[in-house]
Design a protein around this ligand. Structure first.
Ligand code: HSE
Length: 417
């Protein structure tokens, strides 16, 4: 006996990079039993490769249409997206969204709405585009076994780092290319300053550990402060610099999480993740390390995840938020130590008192760096390390949980004063 598949009648919001991709892909997927009834757009004057009759500028034509049982929200404006999604869920329509900013900023409200109206709200495309990471964390990894995940979750910054460090392009030139390819957010500062990665991390934390965190509470920095000196250091040591979103369950059961640039060596699978590709390493008690790799931005890779959500809706799939609802949720902690490299202009700006222990330092007239152990809670409560001209990069053996900081002598400070 075959399982009954639902007919999906879609109201689509947005017809830019991803919306166009979805439209094309759906035309090639007749077996999906899904058709787009109406598309709501903002700029009717733009030329589009689809019949004019499909488009409207009136959202009510979609939201009040009882035939439409799925709303796919692929617009750029997070506030407008929130309005559309809450209206659609409240009227019993299933929703698929790619809007990581909107989801991360409104998770508690969106969780409550799903519960109240018992409707599916799927957003696989919001994290790592073509990599099915949300559903894997949700369905496959039991909370007790999930030790950590770390990933390159922003395609634009990875693309920029590749172009800058591999092809020696200027940062600005590389950003323009990322924008031209359709990888970057319309406000590229969200990519460059690590906020897009932060939003994705906060969504992943919910599915991995049942943690619903306000993104602003999580330590983060993007690639905006990286310097040529850092690239030279990386090359000398055989590292690559990547922007990594990381979460790790510590020995006390609490979870450390942050988005920061990291040096990765060639034993780390993220080392070879280049261009707009994303990669996520998931570490669990039994399976050890697993590595997911795929395109993390762009029209078709993102549309492929939206398509997969639509496909799941035919069987009424919903996220169960297992870890959250089973009351085994972890808690975020800032109570740990991290091994970091900090580079800065001029010897007298050495923030030696910020370190618990200094392991290496070097200085030249133009730029200096220090490697040492830092108390993470001090990073959270300060911003000296984010100031223009200073760059902080996490080292490969990052976690220094067992450091006996009190044993430290004054020696390490003396070298710098
Ligand atoms: N700007 C995002 C990125 C798009 O570069 O990853 C995909 O979420």
């Amino acid at each position: 006996m075959s399982i009954q598949q639902k007919q999906l009648t879609i109201g689509l919001f947005g017809f830019s990079v991803v919306g166009t991709g979805l439209y094309k892909v759906l035309q090639q997927s007749p077996s999906l039993n899904a058709n787009i009834k109406k598309v709501c757009i903002k700029h009717p004057e733009k030329k589009r490769e689809a019949p004019e009759s499909l488009f409207t500028i009136d959202p009510e034509l979609l939201l009040q249409d009882n035939d439409i049982n799925v709303v796919v929200e692929l617009i750029d404006d997070a506030d407008a997206a929130y309005h559309i999604v809450t209206r659609a869920l409240s009227s019993g329509k299933a929703v698929v969204s790619a809007n990581k900013k909107m989801i991360a900023e409104h998770l508690p409200e969106l969780l409550a709405l799903q519960k109240k109206y018992d409707v599916p709200f799927l957003y696989e495309s919001a994290c790592c585009a073509s990599i099915p990471v949300i559903r894997n964390l949700e369905e496959y990894y039991d909370n007790d076994l999930l030790q950590s995940f770390s990933g390159i979750v922003n395609g634009s910054t990875n693309y920029i780092l590749t172009r800058v460090f591999q092809d020696k392009l200027d940062f600005d030139e590389a950003l323009v290319l990322a924008q031209a390819e359709g990888f970057a957010e319309s406000n590229p500062a969200l990519d460059v300053e690590g906020i897009d990665a932060l939003n994705k991390l906060s969504i992943l934390l919910t599915h991995a550990y049942g943690i619903v965190a306000n993104p602003n509470e999580i330590v983060h920095c993007g690639i905006q402060n990286l310097q040529t000196h850092d690239a030279i250091f990386a090359k000398e040591k055989g590292y690559e610099i990547k922007l990594v979103a990381q979460a790790k369950k510590l020995e006390d059961g609490n979870v450390a999480a942050f988005v920061l640039p990291q040096f990765v060596d060639n034993t780390n699978q993220l080392y070879n993740v280049r261009n707009e590709y994303n990669g996520v390493i998931i570490e669990s008690g039994l399976a050890d390390k697993q590595f997911f790799y795929g395109k993390g931005a762009g029209s078709f890779p993102t549309a492929s995840a939206v398509l997969s959500d639509l496909s799941a809706l035919r069987y009424d799939y919903k996220y169960e938020y297992k870890k959250l609802n089973n009351k085994i949720a972890g808690e975020l902690t800032n109570d740990f130590f991290l091994r970091v490299y900090v580079s800065f202009e001029g010897l007298f700006q050495v923030p030696h008192e910020k370190f618990e222990r200094i392991e290496e330092w070097s200085s030249s007239e133009k730029r200096c760096h220090v490697i040492g152990i830092i108390q993470f809670s001090k990073l959270k409560n300060s911003d000296w390390w984010k100031k223009k001209g200073t760059s902080l990069i996490v080292l490969p053996d990052a976690f220094a949980e067992h450091i006996a900081i009190k044993e430290e002598t004054e020696e390490s400070y003396l070298v710098l004063v």
